[in-house]
Design a protein around this ligand. Structure first.
Ligand code: ZN
Ligand code: ZN
Length: 253
């Protein structure tokens, strides 16, 4: 893997959700690290407290800022994405399909602290996941509900990759990874959480699924900090061809 490197960070936050920096500050940070692409992927509206407010107007404003940066042509290329939340057992996400279609990148996350689509989704999926997050309680039924919801989301929406699967939420990683292979969706190695995510990478690898390695930066100084994920991939023997934001020296992907 010596002559391979990561050319993009496709998961970064700004002040439009719970990040501290601006779009421009993330771009400058990516530039300083020599990245060719940076995606701005703030939390969609269902994230409690931190989700994008007034999503339609805000996303329009974000698009204008992204376009203005890209018009300068100085790199990195900015992509406008969003980190959506799974809000129902049927795989619904917290932005309408027509908005998702306009994004350059759609991430799906199963976060516990999210406004559910219906009270039933809250009572049978999101609330139990929140309880599980903070206790030792485990339930096979909940695991099945989570897995089915994630798989549905991957089938129903144009998902670029699933963020940090296995983080705090109990799912059948192998089943999700198989669905991702069929839909050409990748799984993320999230550099904020490499210690607890190693097991899920080990389980997903034999399915042949692709991965992406991202910082999940919440401040500009974290943009492009991808070393932990890269080290984990090396340790587990993940072939670099299967890391979508990796490229061999001299070859653009
Ligand atoms: Zn966040
Ligand atoms: Zn994130």
């Amino acid at each position: 893997m010596q002559d391979w490197s990561l050319f993009a960070d496709w998961h970064t936050h700004t002040h439009f959700s719970d990040g501290t920096g601006s779009i421009r500050a993330n771009a400058l940070a990516g530039q300083a690290r020599g990245l060719r692409e940076v995606a701005i992927t703030d939390h969609a509206p269902a994230s409690l407290r931190v989700g994008i407010k007034n999503p339609l107007a805000t996303i329009r404003q974000m698009r204008a800022e992204v376009d203005a940066w890209n018009a300068k042509g100085q790199g990195p290329q900015l992509l406008l994405g969003v980190e959506t939340n799974l809000i129902s057992r049927q795989g619904d996400l917290d932005l309408p399909a027509k908005v998702l279609k306009q994004m350059d990148m759609v991430i799906v996350s199963l976060h516990p602290l999210v406004k559910p689509l219906t009270w039933r989704d809250g009572a049978t999926m999101l609330l139990p996941n929140a309880i599980q997050r903070f206790t030792r309680w485990r339930s096979r039924k909940l695991r099945n509900i989570n897995t089915k919801a994630m798989v549905e989301a991957v089938y129903r929406h144009p998902v670029s990759f699933v963020a940090h699967p296995g983080l705090w939420i109990d799912i059948d990683t192998e089943e999700l990874a198989r669905a991702c292979v069929r839909r050409n969706t990748a799984l993320e190695i999230n550099c904020q959480h490499t210690d607890i995510l190693a097991d899920y990478v080990r389980v997903a690898m034999p399915t042949g699924v692709d991965f992406v390695i991202n910082s999940d930066a919440h401040s500009p100084s974290q943009v492009g900090r991808l070393e932990a994920g890269w080290r984990l991939a090396q340790k587990l023997g993940l072939p670099p061809e299967r890391i979508r934001n990796a490229e061999q020296r001299g070859e653009k992907r």
